[in-house]
Structures are given as structure tokens and as C-alpha cells.
Design a protein around this ligand. Structure first.
Ligand code: MRU
Length: 352
């Protein structure tokens, strides 16, 4: 994976030789560094420590992790290899609970493995499947980007929260894919990125990739969203998603719900951009685990402590935005409008 030239979109993750190369997002924006994972435990660690993050990116990372497990295996029969893959599947699945793409990626590779009897065929085809998923991710983002681009007018200011860009996917991005596509269509767009406390995906990652692409971006504190909206400084909001239920409830980075509520009050269309792999048509809202992350993310900035020792911390990483706050969900099959339950059911029926 070569270093990107100015103007090239970043590639977040790629299979390279017998390893998986990925951008270490913990190092951004100070330096663009890559790490190579040699086995599935390396991938599990990278996902847990947020070296790679963003729903579609962790889906592909987990898929490649399972392929690494197969490729590194010394098992000489299918039964033993499937047992080993099952163990790796469980470990990778437990790395982060909220984004459904993780399970989607693991299931695709596990199902592929089941199709073959010879261990060499399992190795070869799980790798091919994981690589194909990484290529498909980019195609999907470009498709959904085009559908989303039709919703954005020339000269508009688009707000986004967290990072749903190239760094949250294999490349191009979902919410930022919509912005890139609108720009490729010749529209002049400017972006408002929220910092996204406490992990700062907005300032560290979204601002980084938009500056790198030469896209007009302004960074604001999360607390300034209401101010900008009430002063008519935002035309549209586009965010990504970690999981979307059949009811149209959207799980995304903490703070998304507040942005959606404010957008509703100020009559600003709030869109969600996500591939079909982010939809969970089986679960109910109550079934979904919201990841609780470490207190350190809240009480420290870098190594500096910013809260007193002894204070109780609550650090949920995701929240839920209800369907009535969402103007449309942009997918690779088109834009889905309310009523979501009905329209999603027919989308998924026709997709089979
Ligand atoms: O904790 P993160 O950084 O993995 O959270 C990422 C988000 O919430 C993104 O908005 C979401 O995954 C969509 S990515 C296309």
C-alpha cells in the first residue's frame, strides 16, 4: 500500500502479501503511519485500541482477520480448521459490540470457509473473499455517494459528525463519500466537522482527510452545533451509522442524536449514509449493546488529566437516533425515505 499522493483518497486497509496493512488511526493527525497485522490477534488488538475504527472498516478488518487465521493455520483437516476459525470468530466478534458490520464481515468469510473440503482451498478462498469485500466496499461507497450527491445543492454547507470518511471504510467513505461525490459532480460544497469528543474522530480524522483532499472544512466544538444551526449556517447534515434497525433507528457515534434533534428543530434535513451491510433487520432497539469505553477518554486529554480524581465517569460510545428525526437513509440501492419499516422491508426483500 503506497503512501497517498495529494489528491488520492486514503486507503485504510489492504491485504498485502501474507499480512494486513492498515493506517494506525491512533497516530493521526500528527503522522500517517501504517501497521501490519500478521495474525488475527493483531487484528483484534488493532480494532480494540481503535487503530482501525468505523463500522465498514472494522467489518473488513475482521474478515481479513479470519482469513489470516485460515492462512496461518497448521491444521491438516477441515474439521480442525473450522474449529480454529470458530475460536477466532468469537474473539474478533467480541472486540467491539455496536457496529453490525463486524459480524457481517466475519459471517461472510466463515460461510466461504464452509464451502470447501480441502484446507488449501479454505485458505485460498477465505483470502479471496476478504479481498473482494475490501474492493466491494469502495464500489458501494461510490454508488451511495452518487445517490447522496443528488440531495446536496451547489454552494451548500454540510455538517457531519464523527468520521464516516475514507478512514472509516476501505476508502472514499459513506457520509464523506456523499460530499466527495457532490464535489466530483462539480458542486461547490463546504463542510462543518464536529470535534466529536471524547475520541475526537471529527478533528483528528475527518478534518485530516478533508484537508488532505483540499475540501473546504471548518472544525467546530460539539457544543457549537446549536449556535451554527440557529444562525442558518448549516444547510444539510450527513452522518454515517454503526447499525440501522428495521424500524429505522440509527446507532451512531455519541452525539449524533443531539445533532439530529437540533437539525429537526431548525428544519435542516438530517441524512444517514450507510451500506446495506450496516442494517440489522433482526434485532430490536433493546437488544443492542452500546459500547462503554474507558474513563481515561473523558478524564484525560493526551496525558493531561482534566477532571478530578474520584469523579464518576459515564462514557457511552454510541447513541440512538429515532426514525422521525431522519430525512432519508442513503444506501447503495438508493435513498430510503419514511416510512422506514415498510420501505426497508421491501428493499431487503428485493435484495435477496
Ligand atoms: O468509535 P468509532 O470511531 O468506530 O465510531 C465510528 C462511527 O460512529 C461512525 O460514524 C460510523 O462507524 C460510520 S462509519 C462509515
Amino acid at each position: 500500500m503506497a503512501m497517498p499522493n495529494k489528491g488520492d483518497y486514503l486507503t485504510t486497509i489492504a491485504w498485502e502479501n501474507d499480512g494486513v496493512k492498515m493506517i494506525d488511526q491512533t497516530k493521526l493527525p500528527e503522522s500517517l503511519e501504517y501497521i501490519t497485522c500478521k495474525n488475527y490477534m493483531d487484528i483484534a488488538d488493532a480494532i480494540k485500541k481503535l487503530a482501525i475504527r468505523g463500522a465498514p472498516a472494522i467489518g473488513v478488518a475482521a474478515a481479513m482477520g479470519l482469513a489470516l487465521c485460515a492462512n496461518n493455520s497448521t491444521c491438516n483437516n477441515k474439521a480442525k480448521m473450522m474449529e480454529e476459525l470458530g475460536l477466532a470468530y468469537d474473539i474478533l466478534l467480541k472486540t467491539r459490540p455496536t457496529a453490525i458490520n463486524l459480524k457481517w464481515g466475519l459471517d461472510k468469510v466463515f460461510e466461504e470457509a464452509k464451502k470447501y473440503d480441502r484446507v488449501d482451498d479454505i485458505k485460498k478462498n477465505t483470502i479471496l473473499e476478504a479481498i473482494k469485500m475490501s474492493h466491494d466496499d469502495i464500489t458501494t461507497n461510490k454508488l451511495l455517494g452518487k445517490f447522496g450527491s443528488d440531495l446536496i445543492n451547489d454552494g451548500e454547507v454540510v455538517m457531519t459528525h464523527c468520521n464516516a470518511g475514507a478512514l472509516a471504510t476501505v476508502s472514499y467513505g459513506t457520509a464523506l463519500g456523499v460530499i466527495r461525490s457532490a464535489m466530483e459532480a462539480g458542486k461547490k460544497i463546504s463542510v462543518i466537522a464536529t470535534e466529536t469528543r471524547p475520541v475526537m474522530q471529527g478533528s483528528r480524522l475527518t478534518a485530516f482527510e478533508l484537508v488532505q483532499d483540499g475540501i473546504d472544512v471548518s472544525l467546530i466544538p460539539d457544543t457549537a452545533v446549536g449556535y451554527l444551526m440557529s444562525n442558518k449556517m448549516i444547510d444539510k447534515v450527513v452522518v454515517g451509522a454503526d447499525r440501522i434497525l428495521k424500524s429505522g433507528h440509527v446507532f451512531n457515534k455519541i452525539g449524533t442524536y443531539q445533532v439530529a434533534l437540533l437539525a429537526k428543530v431548525h428544519n435542516i434535513p438530517f441524512y444517514v449514509a450507510a451500506p446495506l451491510s450496516t442494517f440489522d433487520m433482526d434485532s430490536n432497539k433493546e437488544d443492542i449493546v452500546i459500547e462503554e469505553r474507558s474513563a481515561d477518554e473523558v478524564v484525560k486529554i493526551g496525558e493531561k488529566r482534566i477532571a478530578p480524581v474520584g469523579v464518576r465517569i459515564f462514557n457511552p460510545a454510541f447513541d440512538v437516533t429515532s426514525p422521525e428525526l431522519i430525512a432519508g437513509i442513503i444506501t447503495e440501492k438508493g435513498v430510503i425515505y419514511p416510512p422506514y419499516e415498510l420501505n426497508l422491508r421491501s428493499l431487503f426483500k428485493s435484495d435477496k
